[in-house]
Design a protein around this ligand. Sequence first.
Ligand code: SAM
Ligand code: SF4
Length: 353
Amino acid sequence: MTAVNLGIPVMPDTLTERVPPRPENQDLIDRFGRTARDLRISITEKCSLRCTYCMPESGLPAIPHEQLLTADEIIRLVTVAVNHLGIREVRFTGGEPLIRRDLEQIVAGCTRAVPGIPLAITTNAVGLAHRAQALADAGLTRVNISLDTVDRARFARLTRRDRLSSVLEGVRAAKAAGFTPVKINAVLMPQTLDGAIDLLTWCLDEGIELRFIEQMPLDADHLWARANMVPAQTLLDVLSSRFTLTEIGREDTSAPAERWTVDGGPATVGIIGSVTRSFCSDCDRTRLTAEGTVRSCLFSDRETDLRAALRSGANDEELAELWRGAMWNKWAGHGIDTADFVPPQRSMGAIGG
Ligand code: SAM
Ligand code: SF4
């Protein structure tokens, strides 16, 4: 097990708890009856923005180049996840995935290796305008764009970068490249709450699905406080003052967003109540950090190092078995509302959201 330059200990999953033996099963099952089907891979810790709820102003400490998974290693692990572990959807994230110049190569390699598996990115869309078509050609199927406000000054304050116009160009390029639906994710913050109506109006005009996300205690500056976060219900009250919202529930049990039709539909708006309406009991995610460690939960600092195994010659089944062990020990839930909750050492940008 290695320690990386983020100051984060990589711990084996079995250090602290007695866990029941894992039954024979090829999939990524855990002790609480869940099966992971959705793989999120962080491919870099670097980012073009510095959102206050995520990154420190100076950015995250750089991961030494040799500790980052290469394109070929990412493609190999995706292949193992799909062919040996039952993964059915793959999402590239970060940091900002567009920072990697080889993103098109990674997507094209995965398209060849696991045809038919949806490949998505979560991106801030800075610079996407120049790459959306190439990514579509490489086989990318879905794009989720993070955008919290359509007000330039607020955007610059929240992200510490004046890049709103680049993001909006990216959104339009994603639509033009044929990604459907383009979804927008917005983190709920007190300073942007009164812009929520404008953001939804803009998304309705653009024919884009908007989902709000409750802010989680995953900021690098550790400023999150339960008392300061905007709960889903407060947002619903604000949106209901302008729109008629009719609840339609979740798309399926593994989808975290609760949804409402807006003014009779067909447009919808979603809310991911990660804190106040936790969906941990239905979680179907497994995560790989940019350094190649498996993380079974955003909030657990326990990580299992696949990169070391991969580089020392492990075969696909050996990698799969390590991954299964990591997921078997997944926690029941994040416990944000418990008295002894401790935020994880890695921030959102260092895990991959
Ligand atoms: N840079 C890309 C982006 O912003 O879309 C991908 C990485 S970012 C860490 C992934 C998602 O995590 C984004 O939608 C972002 O808004 C969200 N996020 C970051 N910090 C968060 C926090 N503290 N609570 C909730 N969501 C957060
Ligand atoms: Fe960068 Fe995304 Fe984090 Fe914003 S949320 S700082 S865009 S990684």
